[in-house]
Write a protein that binds this ligand. Structure first.
Ligand code: NAP
Length: 429
C-alpha cells in the first residue's frame, strides 16, 4: 500500500466524522468490469471535488486489494492489510469483486461488511429523466432503503437435510420444544433454517433511518416486515422500531401505532385529528407494511414510500425490485455504514460482468453514484450535487452506454470512459 504523503486520516469525534481537506480514501478497483468503471469513477469524483472547491479540497486515493487482483499478487482473496486500511482510514469505496468458488469464503462483500460491522446497507433509488423504465411513472420513485446488514439471514444458521447435525438438532427440538416440533411437516427429510433478529440490531438500524429522515427532511419512514407470519423476528423488528420512534425522539415522529392506540381508546375521528395535528406540526409519519404488500405498492403507489427501514432478506428483494423500476443494475449505488464508528464502504451493487471486462463498455453509473453517496457521507454536498446535476443533464441529452442505448430510441451510444468525459465536461461548465 502506498500511503499518499499529503493526505490525512478521517477521524471520529463526538459529533461525527472529522474530515480533513485532503482525506486519504482507500479504494479497491474491483475485478472484471470493475477496472473499467473505477477508471471513469475516479476521474469523475476528482472533477466534482475540483469544480466544487477549486483546489481547497482533494480526495487522496490509496489503492488496496481484494478479489482476483489480491489473489494474484498476495495469494489471498481478502488481505488483512485491506481490512486494516478500511478500519484505519474509515471511509472507502470499491468496485465489484469476483466471489471465490470454494475455499470457505461465501462472499468478499459480505465478509467486509461483517468485519467492520457495517450494519446499514443504504440504497437510494431515484430516477434520472430519460432512463428507460418498465413502469409508467418512474419519476414517482424517490426512496431510500435502510436494509439491516448483519442479522436475519446474514447471521442465519442452516442445517442440511439428512446431515447428522440436522437430526441432532431436530431431536433436541422434539425433546425441548414439542409444540414447535409438531409443526415440522416432514421431519425426516427437512432442511432447517434459523434467523436471529435482535432488539439491539433492529434499533440501531432504525436509529440510522430516523436520523436520516430528520436530517434530510423526508416525509415518512415505512417499516417493511413479515410480522404477520414471523411474529418474534419480523414482528418484533416492527415493534422495536416503533418503540424507538415513539420514545427516543420527542415529537419528531408520529406512528401508525399511536394512531391505532388512540383509535381504540377514543375512536377513529380522534385518531385522525391527532395524526393531522402531529403532521401539521412538522412530525414525520412512521408507518409499516407487510413485505408482500409493500412489493406491490412500491409499484402501484410509489409516491407513498419515502424512507424504508427493513430486515435483511426483505431489503434484499426490495432493493433489487426498486432498482429495476428506475433503470436497473447499471446505475444502482450502495453504501454500507456503521454510524457509531463512522466506518463506511461504498460500492457498485452489481457484479463484475466478466464478459464485458476491459472493453470500456459498461455503465459506470453505479460506482459513480456510490461515490456521490460517499461525498455526502463526508459532508461534501456541493461536489455531490454537481454529480447529480451532470448525470441528469448527460442522460437527458440521450448520450448513454450500451445498456440504456438498447432500450432508448434515438440515443447516442458512448463508451464507459466517454460517459465519464461527458459528466466531467458538464461539471467544468
Ligand atoms: P453481474 O456481474 O452483476 O452481471 C449480470 C448482468 O448485469 C450483466 O451481464 C449485464 O447485463 C448487467 N450489468 C452488470 N453490471 C453492469 C454495468 N456496469 N453496466 C451495464 N450492465 C451491467 O452478475 P453475475 O454475472 O451473476 O456475477 C459476476 C461475478 O460478480 C460473480 O463472481 C459474482 O459473485 C460477482 N458479484 C459481485 C458483486 C459485488 O462485488 N458487489 C455483486 C454481485 C455479484 P447484460 O449482459 O444484459 O447487458
Amino acid at each position: 500500500m502506498q500511503i499518499p504523503e499529503q493526505g490525512e486520516k478521517i477521524t471520529m469525534n463526538g459529533a461525527g466524522l472529522n474530515v480533513p481537506d485532503r482525506p486519504i480514501i482507500p479504494f479497491i478497483r474491483g475485478d472484471g468490469t470493475g477496472r473499467d468503471i473505477w477508471r471513469a469513477t475516479e476521474r469523475v469524483l476528482d472533477a466534482a471535488v475540483s469544480a466544487a472547491y477549486a483546489g481547497k479540497r482533494q480526495l487522496m486515493w490509496m489503492e488496496t486489494y481484494a478479489g482476483e487482483a489480491a489473489w494474484e499478487k498476495f495469494d489471498s482473496w481478502l488481505p488483512d492489510e485491506t481490512i486494516e486500511a478500511f478500519r484505519e482510514y474509515r471511509v472507502a469505496i470499491k468496485g465489484p469483486l469476483t466471489t471465490p468458488v470454494g475455499g470457505g469464503i461465501r462472499s468478499l462483500n459480505v465478509a467486509i461488511r461483517q468485519m467492520l460491522d457495517l450494519y446499514v446497507c443504504l440504497r437510494p433509488v431515484r430516477w434520472f429523466e430519460g432512463v428507460p423504465s418498465p413502469v409508467r411513472d418512474p419519476g414517482a420513485v424517490d426512496m431510500v432503503i435502510f436494509r439491516e446488514n448483519t442479522e436475519d439471514i446474514y447471521a442465519g444458521a442452516e442445517f442440511e437435510e439428512g446431515e447428522e447435525d440436522t437430526q441432532r438438532f431436530l431431536s433436541l427440538m422434539r425433546e425441548h420444544f414439542p409444540e414447535r416440533y409438531a409443526k415440522v411437516r416432514f421431519p425426516d427429510s427437512s432442511g432447517v433454517g434459523l434467523k436471529p433478529v435482535s432488539r439491539e440490531g433492529s434499533q440501531r438500524l432504525m436509529r440510522a433511518a430516523l436520523d436520516y429522515a430528520l436530517a434530510q427532511n423526508r416525509r415518512s419512514v415505512t417499516l417493511v416486515h413479515k410480522g404477520n407470519i414471523m411474529k418474534y423476528t419480523e414482528g418484533a423488528f416492527r415493534n422495536w422500531a416503533y418503540d424507538l420512534a415513539e420514545n427516543g425522539y420527542g415529537e419528531s415522529f408520529y406512528t401508525w401505532r399511536q394512531w391505532d392506540r388512540t383509535k381504540k381508546k377514543h375512536g377513529e375521528q380522534a385518531a385522525n385529528a391527532e395524526q393531522k395535528k402531529a403532521i401539521d406540526g412538522g412530525a414525520i409519519l412512521v408507518k409499516d407494511a407487510i413485505a408482500d404488500i409493500a412489493l406491490q405498492q412500491v409499484l402501484t403507489r410509489a409516491h407513498s414510500f419515502d424512507v424504508i427501514a427493513t430486515t435483511n432478506l426483505n431489503g434484499d428483494y426490495l432493493s433489487d425490485a426498486l432498482a429495476a423500476q428506475v433503470g436497473g443494475i447499471g446505475i444502482a449505488p450502495g453504501g454500507n455504514i456503521n454510524g457509531d464508528t463512522g466506518h463506511a464502504v461504498f460500492e457498485a451493487t452489481h457484479g463484475t460482468a466478466p464478459k464485458y471486462a476491459d472493453k470500456d463498455m459498461v455503465n459506470p453509473g453505479s460506482l459513480i453514484l456510490s461515490g456521490e453517496m460517499m461525498l455526502r457521507h463526508l459532508g461534501w454536498n456541493e461536489a455531490a450535487d454537481r454529480i447529480i446535476n451532470a448525470m441528469n443533464a448527460v442522460i437527458a441529452d440521450r448520450t448513454v452506454t450500451y445498456d440504456f442505448h438498447r432500450l432508448m430510441e434515438g440515443a447516442t451510444k458512448v463508451k464507459c470512459s466517454e460517459f465519464g468525459n461527458l459528466l466531467i465536461a458538464r461539471m467544468q461548465n
